[in-house]
Structures are given as C-alpha cells and as structure tokens.
Design a protein around this ligand. Structure first.
Ligand code: DX5
Ligand code: ZN
Length: 223
C-alpha cells in the first residue's frame, strides 16, 4: 500500500489565525476543512469565502468535508474555487452520482461520506464514480469525540475491493483519530487519516502529524 496520508482538521485550529495554523502543519498531505451548515449537522462553521482565503494562504491541498444539505447546489463552487477534494454526505442527497460528476467537471476530486450508522453496502456500486470515501468514525458535527471502532468493518469491506482492483479510491477516516486509535484504523486499510484535536491541541502540531504518520506507516508496512 502507498504511504499513509494525514489530513489535519482545522476545526480544532484557531480560526482567527488560519494561515498560521495551516503553516504549522506544513508537509501534511491534505488540509481538512469542515463545512457545517447548522441544518445537516447541529453546528455552524465556515463556508466558501473562508475556503477561498485559505486557498491563497496555503499550498496544502484542501480537503473540503461538506456537512451540509443540498450538496447538488453548494458543492461544485468549492471545486471551482480550487479545493483539491470535495466530499459530501450520502445522507444529504438522492443523486450522489450527479453531484460527483459536477464536482469532477469543476476540477476537483469527488468524495462520498457516510455517517457511523449508514451502511456501506448500498453505496458499493456507485463508489466507481468517486475518488474518495470518507468514513465517519464519530457523529459529524463536533471535534474531540471518541473514536467508534465499529465503523472499521466498512473500511475492511472497501479495502478488499480496492486491493482486488474493482475500485480505485482513497479510503479516508474522520473522527477521534489519535495516537491511541490510528493503528487500528491503519490495520483496517485506511489510506488517509483526518485528525483535528490530536493535531491542533498538541504543543507542536507539525510533530503530531509526523508521529501519526509514522504510527500508521509502521502498521501498513506489515500489510
Ligand atoms: C467532525 C469533523 C471532523 C473533526 C474531527 O464532524 O468532520 O473533521 O474535525 O475532529 P477530531 O479529530 O478531534 O475527532
Ligand atoms: Zn471532517
């Protein structure tokens, strides 16, 4: 398997200093940006204007995680703005394939996210239309929650399909990833690890990223 990717989530960063907070994790694979609309999830964060500013402030590819209603309307503009990957929720639309098509047409990778309680089986067929699968390992809405290991069965199922060549997909996990949990996620076949509080609550966020990557890499080299 390729090297593990780490995507620090700026949800746990200082929003008044986002450029510096991005610089603090230089060398990260993606910078994870949680967009919440207070409707799909009971919290409100940031939107397109902040993403546009962030794109000017960092070279790290932006991984926009849209926890919003009506992604058909709101997701493509993030791709047009220059986000590297734009992920929306399976639970938020009846037509995920067309949203993915619009995101790709606008120049970004397309990601599908599933909440902890959403089974993956109904979506296996449409994953061909996506570049990324984001498996939520907490209920979306807030940082700092406890990792839910039961979601890893979804990662194992999709890993098999990727390893057999049936799917080409980055398998990403989001929620509760820390030094104590990243190894079990790596064992389940995760490629990309989002970490918010474990990175930005650390004394040295850059060092926290390197440590997480090393822990995941040690597991994956055994695979
Ligand atoms: C939660 C967000 C996560 C959040 C993860 O809804 O999607 O990206 O930042 O935070 P931690 O890593 O603290 O669980
Ligand atoms: Zn997220």
């Amino acid at each position: 398997m390729s090297n593990p990717m780490i995507a620090p989530s700026i949800l746990s960063a200082d929003f008044s200093r986002l450029a510096e907070e991005a610089a603090a994790v230089a060398g990260s694979d993606w910078l994870h940006v949680d967009v919440m609309d207070a409707h799909f999830v009971p919290n409100l964060t940031l939107g397109l204007p902040v993403v546009q500013s962030l794109l000017k402030a960092t070279d790290i590819p932006l991984d926009c995680h849209l926890m919003i209603e009506d992604p058909a309307r709101w997701a493509p503009p993030y791709a047009e703005a220059g986000a590297y990957n734009v992920t929306f929720h399976a639970e938020a639309t009846d037509d995920p394939i067309s949203v993915a098509r619009d995101i790709r047409a606008a120049g970004a990778k397309a990601g599908l996210s599933v909440k902890p309680g959403t089974p993956i089986e109904p979506y296996l067929e449409i994953l061909k239309s996506f570049d990324t699968l984001l498996i939520m390992s907490v209920e979306p809405g807030f940082g700092g929650q406890s990792f839910m290991p039961e979601v890893l069965s979804k990662a194992r199922a999709v890993r098999k399909l990727v390893d057999s060549g049936e799917l080409k997909l980055v398998i990403e996990i989001d929620g509760g990833i820390a030094e104590s949990t990243i190894e079990q996620a790596a064992e389940a076949g995760i490629d990309c690890f989002v970490a918010g509080s474990a990175v930005y609550n650390a004394a040295d966020p850059g060092e926290a990223v390197r440590k997480l990557r090393a822990l995941a890499a040690a597991v994956r080299s055994d695979c």
